[in-house]
Design a protein around this ligand. Structure first.
Ligand code: ZN
Length: 321
């Protein structure tokens, strides 16, 4: 099938074409998708890359993929275990869900607890956003609101669907028109991260390994491993990169992300040399290069994570900190 197809607009995401047969859904701030997803028409099989925050948004994603490719999704990829990329799995009843072996383990161990915690915390967070004294910049509030409200609108009976196909570092989904390479270079943003790669179109579906115009979250990751992964992705010389959050970018955005992660390391190393406390470190102003980025609430948490990891490494084995 060729030519434009009418896909109705919806509140959760907008659609962008990346190349013939390759589409991106870009999350809308007030919608319940939160993460971006990729839709790939392999020819004879349809893949959805990341299933979004909620089954409500994922149902629209499933319908959109079906309309664009002429068949319901056969494969759903979970780039990593975080809820905003996998809680939509339940909307794809006829599809295989695929992830790394490690990601499946993390989902099984941690996803229910993450959902319970979000449900407990988000009503308070939502109220705090509306308070006159809220420190969250105004332009960031719609995105956070959509995230909190999306989780709270999920049915109590929500089923967390585990991947039923797993791999370690590489799996290729082959179709009659194109192939999607699922690659894992280990964990950087999370204990195990997968990105999708379309070699002929030079497109990378990055999951949360890349964000564009917003702070990435290091809270569950490691800056050094993450930088290493981004350098390896850069060697593939992709033309276009679909980030897990934000608008589609280029290799330049990989370089910016590498710089940001390196900057976190430098700030923390400086603070440790000067003997600054963690509480003091968290007050570090955001460097001007990133002052316009959204999800600025991540910045102090990122510093905390890097500080704790550095302290642990510096304490040496067996010191019990
Ligand atoms: Zn994530």
């Amino acid at each position: 099938m060729t030519g434009p197809r009418a896909v109705p607009t919806n509140r959760h995401f907008r659609l962008e074409s990346l190349a013939p047969g390759v589409y991106a859904t870009i999350a809308r701030p007030r919608g319940y998708a939160l993460c971006n997803s990729g839709i790939v028409d392999l020819g004879g099989a349809t893949v959805v890359f990341d299933s979004m925050l909620t089954p409500m948004a994922a149902q629209v994603l499933a319908r959109t993929a079906t309309r664009l490719t002429g068949r319901p999704p056969d494969w759903v990829v979970n780039s990593h275990w975080h809820g905003d990329h996998i809680w939509g799995n339940s909307a794809f009843s006829g599809a295989h869900v695929v992830s790394t072996h490690r990601t499946r383990r993390e989902i099984r161990r941690r996803s229910r607890a993450q959902l319970v915690e979000c449900r407990r915390e988000f009503p308070r967070e939502l109220r705090a956003l509306s308070r006159p004294g809220s420190t969250v910049p105004r332009r960031e509030r719609p995105g956070l609101r959509g995230w909190f409200e999306g989780v709270l609108a999920m049915p109590r009976s929500h089923r967390i669907v585990l991947p039923d196909v797993t791999f370690v570092d590489e799996l290729v989904l082959e179709g009659s028109r194109r192939a999607l390479h699922l690659l894992s270079y280990g964990g950087g943003h999370s204990p195990s991260d997968v990105f999708g790669y379309l070699p002929d179109q030079r497109i990378v579906l990055a999951g949360d390994l890349t964000m564009v115009g917003m702070h990435p979250s290091v809270s569950d990751g490691w800056t050094d491993r993450w930088i290493h992964i981004l350098e390896r992705i850069d060697r593939l010389r992709p033309d276009r990169i679909l980030p897990g959050h934000g608008v589609p970018g280029t290799r330049r955005d990989l370089a910016i992300e590498i710089r940001y992660l390196g900057e976190l390391d430098r700030i923390v190393a400086g603070a440790r040399r000067e003997g600054r406390s963690l509480a003091d470190l968290r007050k570090t102003p955001i460097p001007s290069a990133y002052s316009e980025w959204t999800f600025s609430v991540m910045f102090p948490d990122n510093l905390s994570r890097v500080y704790r990891l550095a302290r642990r490494a510096g304490a040496g084995p067996g010191r019990g900190r």
